[in-house]
Design a protein around this ligand. Structure first.
Ligand code: 2AM
Length: 180
């Protein structure tokens, strides 16, 4: 069984820009620059046969390439406890369309359901038992974050192996997007 997800990667220049946001929050575990990505669909643990069906389904998609820009920051979690901090993605109908196509394809292939609402983001830090007052200063300081726009020319199927400190992501297959 492998734990899978589908994502869009972030170019080196933008990852470097994002890594400037890391710091200033006690107890935060900042995501390593090479692991920064926008998840399109979390799949979870699947066996080899289902993985092959998922690869085939993704290979059958014919979606256009487009540009995105990262913009703003936010948090996930409850009112009492912040679970993660992230950079947002500026409004992009083509990314939403790609998400829908990937979601539908892997669901039809038989992947486990993913009922999370799609909020496009790049997770920057994971937190434990952190109150909202601890991150308020960081959220305020980074509110105006805005990356350069960059082209999305492919999406990637990743394996995620969970380590004690951080997850390790390995690209398993790349799926090109097409010219309009
Ligand atoms: P996150 O960054 O917002 O936590 C690999 O784990 C990727 O899949 C992460 O980017 C993670 O999003 C995303 N993901 C979505 N749903 C998940 C889930 N139920 N468990 C773990 N990761 C999930």
């Amino acid at each position: 069984m492998r734990r899978l997800f589908v994502a869009v990667t972030v170019p080196e220049t933008v990852r470097r820009h994002l890594s400037l946001l890391a710091g200033g929050i006690p107890g935060a575990r900042w995501v390593a620059a090479e692991n920064l990505h926008v998840t399109l669909r979390f799949i979870g643990e699947v066996d080899g046969a289902l993985e092959q069906d998922i690869v085939d389904a993704l290979a059958g998609l014919h979606q256009p390439g487009f540009e995105i820009r990262l913009e703003g920051v936010g948090q996930f979690g409850s009112a009492a406890s912040v679970r993660s901090l992230w950079a947002g993605v500026a409004r992009c109908p083509e990314l939403l369309q790609l998400h829908r196509a990937v979601h539908r394809a892997v669901s039809l292939a038989g992947a486990p359901a993913d009922r999370r609402k799609f909020v496009p983001h790049v997770t920057l830090a994971r937190l434990k038992r952190t109150g909202p007052q601890t991150v308020a200063g960081w959220l305020g300081a980074q509110a105006r974050f805005r990356s350069t726009a960059f082209p999305v020319t492919e999406f990637v199927l990743f394996e995620s192996r969970l380590g004690r400190e951080a997850a390790h992501y390995t690209p398993l297959a790349e799926f090109p997007l097409h010219e309009r």
